[in-house]
Design a protein around this ligand. Structure first.
Ligand code: G
Ligand code: G
Ligand code: MN
Ligand code: NA
Length: 254
């Protein structure tokens, strides 16, 4: 309950900040994008990670309003980086199930793009299979409208939820994000490798890109590169960074 009370004043108190984990394009070695990850600068507690408070945001529904702030803040950051000459880094934002189902995602995205005057293709939304499958009929409509705005759509944690392959064909999806569960033992476990390779192959056949998350070793990266995975994200390349650290990394990486 203390946590809930503290969270209720966190947004007004400017206590949230986004950090950005780089995504590496394997064919070029370039930083092609980042995933925005929420951090809470809780007074008296230091930096608090999402595992400790996102569940409360979800249960209370606060995730809808904070999710709106996250989209606005990500677009503000895209504009600021653009000013600083960092112009080819797409920012992916996690959209929770509740935000997708209860919020006005299209309206929020439209407002954020307009307010900060950014190129819509610089914004990507990471949605989970459960968010997409809650009301599949409405999902198609919402995704089509988001696509018409020009933003990108990725399925997060792919392979762990209840999705129907039929929907991969019907939803306008740009990218599949292979869940860390299949990446962890990809080099040593033939079953995990088979699943990851099947996801890569299916994504490419359906003209989608594919990224592996949770890549922690050089061997995992080499395996994924050899099998034509498009991008990786994980501690092997970089942890999540502050906005200024990210800009610095991108300049050094060019
Ligand atoms: O950064 P960290 O590894 O602690 O994030 C843990 C989890 O919290 C992530 O897997 C992600 O799903 C969730 N998370 C992080 N940032 C956000 C966010 O901005 N919005 C939502 N809805 N979830 C987030
Ligand atoms: O939205 P999602 O749950 O996919 O967010 C990515 C999460 O995965 C973040 O919370 C981030 O801290 C975490 N993460 C990123 N890279 C790695 C990694 O290499 N290993 C592990 N174990 N976790 C990672
Ligand atoms: Mn994610
Ligand atoms: Na994920």
């Amino acid at each position: 309950l203390d946590l809930e009370v503290a969270l209720r004043s966190a947004l007004e108190g400017d206590q949230f900040v986004l950090h950005y984990q780089p995504k590496l394009e394997l064919s070029t070695g370039r930083v092609c994008g980042v995933e925005a990850l929420l951090r809470w600068l809780r007074p008296g507690h230091g930096l608090v990670y999402p595992a400790e408070f996102v569940p409360v945001l979800e249960e209370t529904g606060m995730v809808v309003r904070i999710g709106e702030w996250i989209i606005m803040e990500a677009c503000r950051q895209i504009a600021e980086w653009h000013e600083q000459g960092v112009r080819d880094v797409r920012v992916a934002v996690n959209v929770s199930s509740r935000q997708f189902v209860e919020g006005d995602l299209e309206g929020v995205v439209r407002a954020a793009i307009q307010t900060h005057g950014i190129e819509p293709s610089m914004l990507e939304l990471e949605l989970t299979e459960s968010a997409l499958m809650t009301n599949a009929g409405r999902t198609i409509e919402v995704l089509e409208r988001l696509k018409q705005l020009g933003i990108r759509i990725a399925i997060d944690d792919f392979g762990t939820g209840y999705s129907s392959l039929a929907y991969l064909k019907r939803f306008p999806i740009d990218k599949l994000k292979i869940d860390i569960a299949f990446v962890r033992d990809i080099v040593t476990n033939p079953d995990d490798a088979a699943i990851a390779l099947a996801i890569i192959s299916m994504a490419h056949s359906l003209h989608m890109q594919v990224i592996a998350e949770g890549v922690e070793t050089r061997a995992q990266m080499a395996f994924l590169r050899r099998h034509r995975c498009d991008e990786i994200q994980g501690f092997h390349f970089s942890r999540a960074l502050s906005a200024s650290q990210l800009a610095q990394l991108v300049r050094e990486n060019r």
